[in-house]
Write a protein that binds this ligand. Sequence first.
Ligand code: GLA
Length: 737
Amino acid sequence: MTKPSAKSELIEVSSNPLTFHLHNSQVSYVLGVEDENILAHHYYGKAVDHYSNLRRYPRLMRHFAPSPEDIETRDFSLSTLPQEFPGAGGADYREPGIVVQFPNGSRTVNFTYDSYTISDGKPQLAGLPATFAQEYEAQTLTVKLVESDAQLELYLSYTIFRDLPVITRSTRVKNLGQQPVQVQRLVSFSLDSPDNELNLLQLNGRYAQERNVTIEPLNTGIKILDSKRGASGHTQNPFCALIDPHATEFSGEVFGFCLVYSGSHKSIIQMDGYNQVRIQMGINDQNFEWWLEPQKSFQSPEAVLVHSEQGLNSMSQSFHELFLNHLMKSKYSHQTRPILLNNWEATYFNFDEKKLQDIIASSHDLGIEMFVLDDGWFGERDAPNSSLGDWVVDRKKLPNGLKPLSDYCHNLDMKFGLWFEPEMISVKSKLYQNHPDWVLEVPGQRRSIDRSQFVLNLGRAEVRDYLLERMSYIIEHADLDYIKWDMNRNMTEVYDAKLSASEQGEVSHRYILGLYDLLERLTDKYPDILFESCSGGGGRYDAGMLYYMPQTWTSDNTDAIARLKIQYGTSLVYPVVSMGAHVSAVPNEQTGRMTPLRTRGLVASSGDLGYELNPLNLLENERQEVKLQVKWYKAHRRLIQFGKLYRLQNPFETTRAAWMFVSDDKKEAVAMYFNIFSEASSPLHMLNFVGLDPSQKYSINGKYTAYGSELMQIGIYPLTQNDGDFDSAVFELKAVE
Ligand code: GLA
C-alpha cells in the first residue's frame, strides 16, 4: 500500500488572520487566531473545500460584556466570542475549560495563542488509552497557548483522520512557574457554536438497564451529564451527541462526542443568553485537584468527535470503524470471537470439577467453543461476601486446581476462560488480613460497603504489582485463553493515607491511571489472552476499557426483550463485536419473563454470541435448537461481528426492533426483526432494508428474489401471522447472478 504524505492535505494553514482548517472529504473543523491573540472557534461540520473566514465572529457591542482594558472599542469580548479553550475568572462568564489555583490564590487564567506544530500520524498520550494512527492515516495539529503571566502553557491537540469524519482532541497543561500550581479542572475539549437548533442525545441508565437513549431539546442554562463513581458507570455513559431536531437514523446532522476514559467524567452542555452553545467533556472536577510541580505537565484524556450529515446510523458506523481500526489494540480486534458458555447463571457458586466437566462436555456437543468459569473458583468463595483478593484456587471445590479443567477444554479443542475481579477486596480474605491499608477508605471514618466488598487502591504500585503477580501465576498455571475482568462496585470514601492532605484530590484519577498501567502491563505480557471487560454487566462500557479489552459484557440483564434496548443504545457508539450477548434460561433471572428460545438466540446472535445457562438442563428439542443456533451463528459470525450495522426499527420508539448487518461488498446481509407485543387483528408493519446495492438481485432466505432497490424502497412484510409476544424473524440476503 502506498503511503501518501499527509502533509498539508488534511490541515491547511492560512495567514492574516492565522487560520487552521482541518478537513478531509467528509468533515471540516476550523479554528483561528482572533484579535488579542485569542484562539477562536470558527466552524465544525460538513466538509468544505475552502474556508474564506466567513465565520469570523462579528464585532458587536454587547452590554455587560467586558473587553480587554487597553482596547478602545467595546465590540470585542470574551463573554460572547466562540473560543477553542476558555480560561477562567476573566470576561467569559460561561463554563471554563480549565481552573487552576496559583500560589497567590488567584484562579484567574486566560490564554493567548503562541505557536503551532503539525505532525503526521498521532502521538500517544502518556499513561492514557487513546486512538492511534499510522503516519499516513492522520495528521495532528498542536496549538500552544500561553497564560498571560507566562506561568502556564496549554497544548491543544487536534487529530484529523484521513478516511473518517473524526477529529480527536485532548489538552495538556504545563507549569512554567517557580512554584507548584493546583489544577482543579481541565476539560479534554471545549467547543463553542453559535448554532442552537439542536437536541441533546444521551445514554443513561442503571444497573441491568444500561444505555437508554434519551433525546431532549437544548435550553438556556447548563446541563451536566456525569459520573462521580470513580468509573464511567451504569448511569451515564461518557458519550453524548448534539443532533438536528429532525435527525433520524439516516438523515440529519449529528455531532457525537465520546470520552476515552473509564473514571468519573463530566459533560457540560451550556446554552447562554444569546443561545450560543458550549460543550465540554473531561474528567469530573468534583473531588479532583492535581498538583503540578514546576516544569511538569498534566494530560487530559482524549475525546473523540464524530460528525455525521446522514443521521445517527452513520455516526455509529464512524465510531465503530474508528474503534475497530484505531482504538482496540488487542490482536483479537479483527478476529471473530469464540462462542462461549459461562457457568454463572448455570451454577452460581455451587460447582465442583465433575459438574463443570459435564457442562463442558455438553457445551462441546452443542458446538460451543469456549468455556468460561465465572465467580467462585478461588479462596473460600461460596457467596459474594468473601475471598476477593485471594487469587488462589479453592481446593475444596477444585482439589486438582484449574489445570485439569483447562486441559479438559483443550483436549476437546475448546478454549478455557476465567473470571477475575482484580480491583476488589473482601474483608473475609487473607489479603485483607495482610493488607487492610490497601483499601480505599478514610481511616477512622465509617465506610460504605457494597456487595460485601471494598475497592483496592490501584493508585498504589504495590497493589498493582501484587495483582500482576497473582494473575500471571494463574494465567500461566491454568493455561488461560480468556479473562473476564469484572468490577462490582463503585468508589466511596476516596482517600489514600499515604498521600498528603493536599493530594487527596488526585486519588480517583491516580486510581484510573493505575488501572491503565496494570492493564497495559498485563495485556502486553499476555497478548494471546482475549480479555472481556465487565462491571456488574455494562457498568464500565467505555472507550478507555475497549483500548485494552476488545469486548465487554453488555449487561447482567440477559432478558432478550430488555436486551433489545440495551444493545440498540450500546450500538450507537460501540461496535457489535465489542458486545457480549448471551442466551439464558427462562423464566429470565432478572425479569422473570418467558421468551422463545428463537428470539433469545437471535438477540444474542446480534453481538458476540454466548450461553449463560446449564446445557444439561436443556430439553432434547431445545438442545437441537441450540445446536442449530450455534451452527447458524458460525456461518454468519464474520458478517455480524464485522459487517456494517444498520438499525432499522427503534425499540425506544415502537414495540418493535430491527437491525441488519451488511457485508462491505454488499453481497451478503442478515436482518433481524423483533415484534415485542402481539396484538389481535394486528395492523401489518413493513420492514425496509438499508445499505444494500440497489441494482443487485438478492435471494431472501433462499425463498424468493428481489432487487436491492425494492427491498430498500418497498420493503417486505416481516411477520404476517401472530405467533405471540416476543416473536422474531431473520432474513438472510445473498446476492444472486
Ligand atoms: C457480576 C457480573 C456477572 C457475574 C457476577 C459474578 O455481576 O456482571 O456476569 O460475573 O458478577 O459475581
